[in-house]
Design a protein around this ligand. Structure first.
Ligand SMILES: [Fe+2]
Length: 402
């Protein structure tokens, strides 16, 4: 029942490319120096955020680089929803310090900032000139050797071919990307994830799950992204509550780190859907935490979407661990929606209202979401009215249908 492909998917000329070498293991961070040196880097710009830096999470990375004879310059100013001006500041430091490589340690914001600095280091103009949009320039050059070291299990940016940067003037988060922007290497060490507090584990974990679900069900999904997305869903569903309840459960941390990376392989090659179109446009207007915002939207989005691809939503129910043997396809698909609502509740994800979003904004937010390119691939057709309905469900202003 999972093999009925969409016509849209079969008509598309697909690519699946992994420019990133993936290395992982408990304690893998000790290998960073030797691995970065192999990439030919003699001076690296370490790109991270102040919290990670002050907590000492970057210390073993810096030590390993220095032991291998790689010099390190530090750019520790990354902020959530990284804006164009932050990228410019990092690029300036990269040039002043004569760096020839990048090492990003952190979540999606740090990894995306490093990618964008890489774009500016190898191209004329600013990263804004290379927005993935009509009338903008395509990337022409490979960024300098970039190593990504994720400290959350969420964005999958360690392996994706995208950076999401905020244009503060337009109040808009834009994408730039393609194979030229992907990291050369990622080192995934679940030990770096044990210090993540439960609410961060929750929001980043549901974000990873959302990448896999949205990519698996999108109209243009291809079998190879389906393969990685489905396993990402299984791992995340199996481990997310454990990682939330006990941050030091290394098996759960390992499983979630793999889930995020696998989801990133799917999301990074194809696209997502309504939850990411909504959260990305909302995030350009209000500085919400991306994963938390996606997590609050996932139940309503799945409630809207299951009718667009019931067989795949039924398959997701199985991947969640639900016994669907006595269920019809429709019942199993609806069960997947209710499972997501329950997960978001169990993980104590704040509602959109609690995140500072007012229901008065629904009209505007629905309009904005339509502008996001991820709207196109959503499994069920979207228009402003549909986005209005999903947002109303987020605020519980309209009854639940499953
Ligand atoms: Fe996301």
């Amino acid at each position: 029942m999972t093999l009925n492909m969409k016509v849209e998917a079969m008509n598309k000329f697909h690519t699946f490319e992994i420019p990133t070498v993936i290395k992982h293991g408990i304690g893998a961070v000790m290998q960073v120096g030797a691995e970065v040196k192999k990439l030919g880097v003699t001076k690296a710009l370490l790109v991270t955020d102040p919290g990670i830096y002050q907590a000492g999470v970057t210390n073993p990375v810096v030590e390993s680089l220095q032991e291998a004879g790689v010099e390190v310059a530090v750019f520790n100013k990354v902020e959530p929803n990284p804006p164009v001006r932050l990228v410019a500041e990092g690029s300036k430091l990269y040039a002043e310090e004569n760096c020839n490589g990048l090492v990003a340690v952190g979540g999606g914001s740090s990894m995306d900032t490093a990618k964008a600095i890489g774009v500016e280091a190898t191209h004329e103009g600013t990263v804004l000139d290379y927005e993935a949009a009509e009338g903008k320039k395509p990337l022409e050059n490979r960024i300098p050797p970039l190593t990504t070291i994720p400290t959350t299990a969420g964005t999958g940016s360690e392996v994706t071919q995208w950076a999401v940067i905020t244009d503060e003037e337009r109040e808009f988060k834009f994408n730039t990307g393609g194979p030229l922007i992907a990291a050369h290497l990622t080192i995934i060490d679940p030990e770096l994830h044990v210090s993540m507090p439960p609410h961060v584990t929750a929001m980043t974990g549901v974000d990873a799950l959302a990448h896999a679900i949205e990519c698996y069900t999108m109209k243009f999904a291809q079998p190879i992204t389906d393969a990685v997305a489905l396993l990402a869903i299984e791992y995340a569903a199996h481990y997310i509550r454990r990682a939330f309840a006990d941050g030091e459960d290394l098996e759960a941390r390992y499983g979630m780190a793999q889930a995020a990376m696998l989801a990133g392989l799917s999301y990074g090659s194809e696209s997502a859907g309504a939850a990411h179109a909504m959260s990305q446009t909302l995030g350009g207007i209000i500085p919400v935490a991306h994963g938390q915002c996606v997590a609050a939207m996932m139940g309503p989005v799945m409630e809207y979407n299951w009718k667009g691809y019931p067989e795949k939503f039924a398959r997701i129910a199985k991947a969640f661990g639900i016994d669907t043997s006595g269920m019809t396809t429709e019942e199993a698909a609806k069960a997947s929606v209710n499972w997501m609502y329950q997960l978001v509740e169990d993980l104590e994800i704040p509602s959109l209202e609690e995140q500072g979003v007012s229901p008065d904004m629904i009209e505007r937010l629905a309009k904005e979401a339509m502008k996001d390119p991820q709207t196109v691939g959503n499994p069920r057709d979207l228009n402003e009215k549909a986005y209005n309905w999903i947002y109303k469900r987020c605020f519980q202003l309209t009854p639940k249908t499953v």
